[in-house]
Design a binder for this molecule. Sequence first.
Ligand code: ATP
Ligand code: MG
Length: 413
Amino acid sequence: MINIPKGTKDVLPFESYKWHYVEDIVRKVAKNFGAEEIRTPTFEHTELFLRGVGDTTDIVNKEMYTFEDKGKRSITLKPEGTAGVARSFIENGLQNRAMPLKMYYITPVFRYERPQAGRLREHHQFGVEFYGAKGADIDAEVILLAYTVLTKLGLNVKLNINSMGCEKCRKDYNNALKEYLKDNYDNLCETCQTRYEKNPLRILDCKVDTCKELVKSAPMITDYLCDDCRAHFEKLKTLLDVAALEYNVNPLIVRGLDYYTKTVFEFITTDLGSQGTVCGGGRYDNLIKQLGGGDVAGAGFGMGLERILMLMEAKGIEIKEPAPCKLFVATLGDEAYKKAFQIVSALRQKGVHADLDHMDRSIKAQFKYSDKIKAEYVATIGESELNEGFVTLKKMSDGSTEKIAINDLLTRF
Ligand code: ATP
Ligand code: MG
């Protein structure tokens, strides 16, 4: 037997309706915020992620699915959703559209990670990309969009926000951080020692306990913000207050991507233990420029859909099952089967969910089966029904029956 690759998951036929439910809510909420869907390829040139996501991030350093295709190009399976959208925005000249351009996506994401609960090698993200506006009002909208989705799905979440400043204030902060960590350099994990040289801020995101302990009393980025970044952060807080959305300022949040500037945020839940982050995002004012486009600001987030479904399940949030079969036509004999086949086909053409037996079941087994699939009505056709032109139609919920002309089944449903 060939097994499923490690860290991947099947969505089975009797559970896909849960995905549809989540996706429907996601699409509706995005639409209410004025966002339209964008779909970009599952793979891109590796270069895009090196330049877009950043080569000091875990995603690029350790987690990418990169391979050479038959044409000797280096290709990478999407490790996140933003870079592809940014590439498409530039390539298709979308900056010529009315701004801001609000987009959303639902996409598979591939990361070579150690699989565990809530951590897969292929997972799916809902994300938004709001491009073209520099103000904190857009950051607030993006955050509110995520919050609306999460609460509509019935989840309780906490919002953490931070500002990573711009290149200007980040330089001062990185220096301060290096100064603070200087004496403890030897106590940093190996990765963080590299980060110390290349991108000290990234140390704040380290999951190793000793590093975590060290950064606890490190200088805080929020104390190093320039006037512009500080005003932006204050405006964001004001707008979140106005929208009555509670938040916690956590200066340790830097998120796992290099492209963030100013606002970063995450929604967390405590229900899932260590994999409690369900959504992470922020502002990225330099990304489009960095990828060869114009001076176009951006903000957005990525939300892990498997983690959301896991949480909903853990909390016992019930998702309504799809409507069952409306009419099951049970048959006895070849002639009856032909008639039933004709009726079922015509009903389906009309848009009615109808079915009949495909397993040569006895009439008794057909009734049992119709029960199993929770058919709403069952009509039985045998030789006498064919001769009379009438069938007995049974409503399964209360067992009531009625006699109805066979051909009237088409108008009855
Ligand atoms: P984490 O700190 O959990 O590794 P991250 O910083 O890598 O998260 P992002 O890159 O911001 O997360 O991705 C956005 C969201 O996608 C996360 O909040 C999470 O819900 C989900 N996610 C990330 N990696 C995985 C994974 N390997 N499996 C399942 N969901 C994931
Ligand atoms: Mg990660």
